[in-house]
Design a protein around this ligand. Sequence first.
Ligand SMILES: Cc1cc2nc3c(=O)[nH]c(=O)nc-3n(C[C@H](O)[C@H](O)[C@H](O)COP(=O)(O)O)c2cc1C
Length: 197
Amino acid sequence: MPTPLDRAALEQVFFEARTAHKFTDQPVTDETLHALVDLCKWGPTSLNCQPMRLVFVRGAEAKARLKPSLSPNNADKTMAAPVTAIVAWDTAFFDQLITQFPANPNMRELFAGNATLAQDTAFRNGSLQGAYLMLAARMLGLAAGPMSGFDADKVNAEFFAHGAWKTNFLVNLGYPDPAGYRPRGPRLAFDAMARIV
Ligand SMILES: Cc1cc2nc3c(=O)[nH]c(=O)nc-3n(C[C@H](O)[C@H](O)[C@H](O)COP(=O)(O)O)c2cc1C
């Protein structure tokens, strides 16, 4: 039976967690990236469809391929970050439904025949999986620096020449240097963002 996590866990993932703009030199190992994927993949998606695809860009050569896509305000910090994840979605995600959602073997055809439904489903669930990725990173002691300031067409051309994967957003990952935190912005009050009916 699930029980509420203790306060320290809530602080690490939400209350005290911050968007990182600067990281320490501590590398993010392959082992940690595997642990990250193995954790975040358990977050729920519709029909268990799992459209998120990831490229972990690490090392100077790979980072140089990313640099021309970045907005000026995101360039230096992304070059300096230990890893930058390209959070993408697979436009052909429905090809996997036969194994990922065996309860209904007809689901592939539903999406293959409806491009709008396929796009909406891939983007909604791929974005949710990107959020799970960032929260999983916090749970593993990493910090995330998400970015939408970049040219997605350029990233797609450079990393996804096959055309099937599309970039949603980027996330710098590493161990945070609090010197890079920006002032905390306020969050909306309950009444401004929620209603109980
Ligand atoms: C999808 C997304 C895109 C973002 N794009 C950028 C960006 O391009 N550049 C940047 O410096 N910060 C970017 N941010 C960071 C947000 O401004 C930051 O997460 C937000 O202000 C909350 O900060 P906090 O976690 O420190 O409270 C982005 C965040 C998200 C979730």
